[in-house]
Design a binder for this molecule. Structure first.
Ligand code: ZN
Ligand code: ZN
Ligand code: ZN
Ligand code: ZN
Length: 280
């Protein structure tokens, strides 16, 4: 780690003092938003960086992103750490937060890493650190089978097929756009519905019993990837043989990768006990 840092700071000094004189000159003259451009004749050389954590901020250990700052001794820190440390280098107490470490910024942007879900089929590659942003909305993210005591975890499209083949029951299917009536008995905590086809999306209807009433949630089992299983829904409840009804809906059904049995803190319908008639 130390040798890597020293190296970086030497190069950084060159860049800061205006000397973008590297023989591989792949960067425009030190402008604010340096963009890496490689001329066509130039062969792109690549190698292997064995310790990817060299590209993490040594203070907070998160992936470094532009801007990266350095002190006079060449210690580096990310911009939020510079603010948190009141611009005092944690290693040598010299000021940090004014001089950018431009070579490190270039290195971080030039290192390409695969999506963490590459082993599940995602072929996207990102500059270091950006893969974590993508991971949150990667359509290959693992989703967990909602069937009790089945721990199967695969990307959602495969999970839908698995559920249909292993646990599906024809009366637990729903059709988009239709009114689908579901009786949740007082003992049921989870009811799983599947859109009416073998690869149809799974929707988990859950009830959470609390002292003052019952919380009901509707979530689609899918990653938060754009365009994947986006549904809207409306829940309504009317007590048997009594006047009145309650309803709750969302234009965008929340998506979850795994069913949780913790009482929700948002996106639920709450039915107070006095309004219940024995089933929901
Ligand atoms: Zn940091
Ligand atoms: Zn320092
Ligand atoms: Zn991905
Ligand atoms: Zn299963």
């Amino acid at each position: 780690m130390t040798s890597f840092q020293t190296d970086m700071s030497k190069n950084a000094e060159q860049v800061i003092s205006g000397g973008s004189s590297s023989s591989h000159s792949v960067v425009g003259e030190g402008t604010e938003d340096d963009e890496v451009t490689v001329t066509e004749e130039e062969e792109v050389r690549s190698g292997t960086l064995l310790e990817l954590d060299l590209l993490d901020c040594p203070v907070c250990c998160h992936a470094l992103t532009t801007p990266i700052f350095q002190c006079d001794n060449g210690h580096i820190a990310c911009s939020s750490c510079c603010v948190n440390l009141r611009k005092k280098c944690p290693s040598c107490t010299l000021p940090i937060g004014v001089y950018r470490c431009r070579i490190m910024e270039r290195v971080v942007e030039a290192v390409m890493v695969p999506c963490p879900n590459a082993k599940h089929g995602c072929t996207d590659k990102f500059s270091y650190g950006k893969e974590l942003v993508h991971e949150k909305e990667c359509s290959f993210a693992l989703c967990y089978c909602p069937a009790p005591s089945c721990n199967y975890a695969v990307p959602c499209n495969d999970l839908y097929l698995h559920y249909y083949d292993k646990h599906g029951r024809s009366w637990d299917r729903f059709t988009c756009g239709d009114i689908n009536v579901v009786w949740l008995e007082m003992s049921d905590e989870l009811f799983v519905l599947q859109e009416r086809s073998r690869d149809g999306a799974l929707v988990a209807l859950q009830r959470f019993e609390e002292e003052t009433g019952v919380y009901v949630t509707v979530n689609c089992i899918a990653p938060c990837a754009p365009g994947v299983s986006e549904f809207s829904f409306e829940l309504s409840y009317s007590p048997y043989g009594a006047p009145g009804f309650m309803s709750f809906g969302l234009y965008k059904m929340s998506r979850i990768q795994k069913v949780s049995f913790e009482t929700p803190d948002k996106d639920f319908m709450f039915v107070p006990h006095y309004f219940l008639d024995g089933r929901l």
